[in-house]
Design a protein around this ligand. Structure first.
Ligand code: NAD
Length: 481
């Protein structure tokens, strides 16, 4: 079923059934490239949330008791359906989030592989037998933690939900996930693949609603055993505090403000091209997006010239239009934030070398922007921009760059460019970040963990570490009678 705008009619998925919210309340879905409402998302009532929790409770018992072979078969079928539907999921994502179609379709294909990787990894979630006294068996077992309450944002409408869903389901947990009300049809398309693959009712439940109301209900419920959140630091703190009240573990994937340190011995042109490419992916709305460019003073002129060239070659437009390499910002809040951060920096003396403005057309388009002479007290150097702003700041000594890089309370991603192995090792040892890339700004891979330190959160997604949050460790000491 589609709306008049050709967007799927969105419903929630509770206890194995697609449903509207009990109150009939909805919120509009807006295409950020046109500012048109293209559909509506139903908002859950407390009764809907309680149904989802009851379903997850029952679903957990069913899923935990399902053999790993059967679980794997169902989940592989879901991954195959997702691969088959990736082109359509990509179109849905671009319409409601704005990113270029190639990025969106790539994301939809990639999440099928995320799921496949986690299925195979979970088959090897071994415990261990510990040497003990004769007549006793001392073992350590890993068991699913239980029903998970998960909250994911709008920047990766498929990637965000899949990281939580794949870890939960492969670990043997059930899940109630509140996906973003701004990109709900993508999440629903993803969940449909699991439903169509024959996932038992209640194992996976999808809800939308008033975020604060939903999280309060799901976190407080005795059914929920793990709270998993991706989003901003302030909201992460709220949810972690609420979880602390009821002593529930949390997995927090929060924001950052990733420094890029370009050392004196780096190739300025290569560093600028690689960093600029990463900067404008998803219009800068990535938690690991490079966002503070600390460049050795001897390279800053060449680096800046090449970066500006790269920024000016970005083709900004509707993500559905061929040739577009950067879409609009996903919502009006980001557009307003870009205007505020740019105005604050320029009022304090920063120079805009390119961009700096909203594009003069409908849609939340903001030009790829490069700034220099940004003073240390500008909000842009402290607040995660989460958009296409690139402040370039020169440094003289590496010590000074490391101090600047580490001085914020965040610690998600960091990047370094150097040709010296010794300097690379120093960056690896001293940068306070959960994810460090040297001589490139590549994205995450399924095989390796992602996550933050300091206020950027705790727990890891991706890699074998992803299961750690979703499994509990049980010591069993068995005296053979
Ligand atoms: P926000 O802080 O209001 O919301 C972030 C996400 O949290 C959204 O998906 C929202 O629905 C959800 N949320 C908000 N309040 C909630 C609550 N009480 N309970 C449960 N969920 C809640 O901000 P926003 O305008 O959507 O995004 C702005 C900032 O969020 C960005 O500047 C960026 O720092 C951060 N962000 C980070 C990520 C990430 O991948 N880590 C993704 C999106 C946004």
């Amino acid at each position: 079923m589609t709306t008049d705008h050709g967007h799927p009619a969105v419903r929630m998925y509770i206890a194995g059934e697609w449903c509207e919210g009990g109150s009939g309340r909805t919120a509009p879905i807006v295409n950020p490239a046109t500012e048109e409402a293209i559909g509506d998302v139903p908002l859950a009532t407390i009764a809907d949330l309680d149904r989802a929790l009851e379903a997850a409770d029952r679903g957990f018992r069913v899923w935990r008791g399902t053999s790993i072979a059967e679980r794997s078969r169902i989940l592989h079928t879901a991954a195959d359906l997702l691969t088959e539907r990736a082109a359509e999921v990509g179109r849905i994502m671009t319409r409601e989030q704005g990113k270029p179609l190639a990025e969106a379709t790539g994301e939809a294909r990639r999440v099928a592989d995320t799921l496949r990787w986690h299925i195979e990894d979970a088959r090897r979630a071994y415990g261990r037998i510990i040497p003990s006294a004769p007549g006793t068996v001392l073992s350590v077992r890993r068991e699913p933690v239980g029903p998970v309450a998960a909250f994911v944002p709008w920047n990766f409408p498929a990637g965000g939900p899949m990281r939580k869903i794949s870890s939960a389901l492969t670990a043997g947990c059930s899940i109630v996930i509140k996906a973003s009300e701004e990109t709900p049809a993508t999440a629903a398309a993803l969940v449909a693949c699991f439903a169509d693959a024959g996932l038992p009712a209640g194992v996976l439940n999808l809800v939308f609603g008033e975020p604060a109301e939903v999280s309060a209900r799901l976190i407080a419920s005795p059914v929920t055993r793990l709270v998993a959140f991706t989003g901003s630091v302030p909201v992460g703190k709220l949810l972690a505090a609420a979880a602390g009240e009821v002593m529930k573990p949390t997995l927090m994937e929060l924001g950052g403000h990733a420094p890029v340190i370009v050392c004196a011995d780096a190739d300025a042109g290569t560093a600028a091209r690689r960093a600029a490419r990463a900067k404008f992916v998803n219009a800068g709305q990535v938690c690991t997006s490079p966002s503070r460019f600390l460049v050795h003073e001897s390279l800053v002129e060449d680096f800046t010239a090449e970066f500006v060239k790269a920024a000016e070659s970005v083709v900004v437009g509707d993500g559905l239009a061929p040739g577009t390499t950067m879409g609009p910002l996903a919502n009006e809040r980001r557009l307003v934030a870009m205007q505020r951060l740019t105005a604050d920096a320029t009022q304090r003396g920063a120079k805009v070398l390119t961009g700096g403005e909203r594009l003069d057309r409908a849609g939340y388009f903001f030009a790829p922007t490069v700034l220099t002479d940004v003073p240390a007290d500008a909000a842009l150097l402290h607040e995660e921009p989460f958009g296409p702003l690139a402040p370039i700041v020169p440094f003289t000594e590496l010590d000074e760059a490391l101090r600047t890089a580490n001085e914020l309370p965040y610690g998600l991603a960091a990047y370094g460019f150097t040709r010296s192995a010794a300097t690379a090792e120093r960056l690896a040892a001293e940068l306070e970040a959960g994810i460090l890339s040297i001589n490139h700004c590549g994205g995450s891979v399924h095989e390796a963990p992602s996550g933050g330190v300091k206020e950027s959160g705790h727990g890891r997604e991706g890699g074998p570490e992803a299961l750690d949050s979703y499994l509990v460790t049980k010591r069993v000491s068995h005296l053979l009678a």
